[in-house]
Design a protein around this ligand. Structure first.
Ligand SMILES: C[S@@+](CC[C@H](N)C(=O)[O-])C[C@H]1O[C@@H](n2cnc3c(N)ncnc32)[C@H](O)[C@@H]1O
Length: 279
């Protein structure tokens, strides 16, 4: 007779881990992102009322260039609170607001209880499956009259190759970037989420919603192509597991630095909404 089987405990559901949480080259990746996207983010921040003296929250701050940008704009009488999975310190610029960094996992940790007059996050919610629930909590953390600014790439497919000397190389470029996107999807990223932010902001009760869409072409070994190269190196084992051949991964590193390579960019959608009420 077989012994009775032990009572089965349902497997605990682990939240999906950020695809680059354990990747090498993170500093280089984040520097490249900043070089690529900070000009657009500055332009979006320019369109807001001057936040002098306010308290802002920066989520998933990476290397902190936007926390520093906010600090500069807010000035010494306000404060910037900056969170990420692990908290590296970010120095405030001279004359800027103090920057308080602290570790926080948006999937599982509570946001700080203080109300903020502004919250900004770039390329964060796109990666996290619990994004809609997090959005509700971000809105709760805003003071009435406060603004939420979220920026994410709309990137369901590889950029189109507009110019490449060798058609085989163009195919390799597409195949490897599609592989990177598949790895991100397997980790819970929603590569079309950016297109739903307007509707998600409205559902969360925000008003005055507007979006800026930025989609520049990328040429030669510029930051966008360097970022793809970096991502393909960081995710090499996962790409191999998906069946992308080593020769393609090696050739990809050479293709992305070719001076004549031109591709369309991913569309960065920067969405701004205001919590109803006065501050
Ligand atoms: C693509 S990087 C963008 C960094 C920075 N916002 C920028 O645009 O330069 C995504 C950032 O989100 C952070 N992140 C990912 N999952 C997170 C989570 N569950 N909670 C908090 N931060 C998270 C990562 O650690 C990383 O710093």
């Amino acid at each position: 007779m077989r012994p009775p089987s032990p009572p089965s405990t349902p497997p605990r559901e682990e939240p999906a881990l950020y695809a680059f949480a354990e990747a090498d080259d993170i500093t280089y990746q984040l520097e490249t992102l900043q070089r690529l996207l900070d000009p657009t983010t500055r332009m979006v921040l320019d369109s807001l009322d001057t936040p002098t003296g306010q308290e802002w929250l920066e989520i998933g701050y990476g290397l902190g260039s936007i926390a520093r940008e906010l600090s500069r704009r807010i000035g010494p009488s306000g404060a910037v609170h900056a969170t990420d999975l692990s908290a590296r310190s970010v120095s405030a610029p001279t004359g800027g607001a103090p920057i308080h960094t602290f570790p926080l996992d948006l999937r599982t940790d509570s946001l700080p209880p203080r109300p903020f007059l502004g919250i900004h996050g770039r390329l964060v919610l796109l990666h996290i499956p619990e994004r809609r629930e997090i959005l509700t909590r971000l809105v709760d953390a805003l003071e009435p009259g406060g603004v939420l600014v979220l920026e994410d790439w709309f990137c369901p497919t590889a950029p189109r190759v507009l110019n490449c000397a060798d058609p085989t190389d163009a195919k390799i470029f597409t195949e490897v970037v599609e592989g990177v996107l598949a790895v991100l999807r397997n980790r819970g990223a929603d590569l079309e989420w950016a297109a739903s932010t307007h509707e998600a902001f409205a559902e969360a009760g925000l008003t005055g919603i507007r979006a800026v869409r930025t989609e520049p072409d990328c040429a030669g070994p510029g930051p966008a192509h360097r970022l793809y190269a970096c991502n393909a190196r960081q995710l090499r084992p996962q790409l191999q597991a998906l069946g992308v051949a080593d020769e393609l991964l090696d050739r990809f590193q050479e293709i992305v630095v070719q001076p004549d390579l031109v591709t369309t960019g991913w569309r960065l959608i920067s969405t701004v909404g205001t919590k109803p009420g006065k501050h």
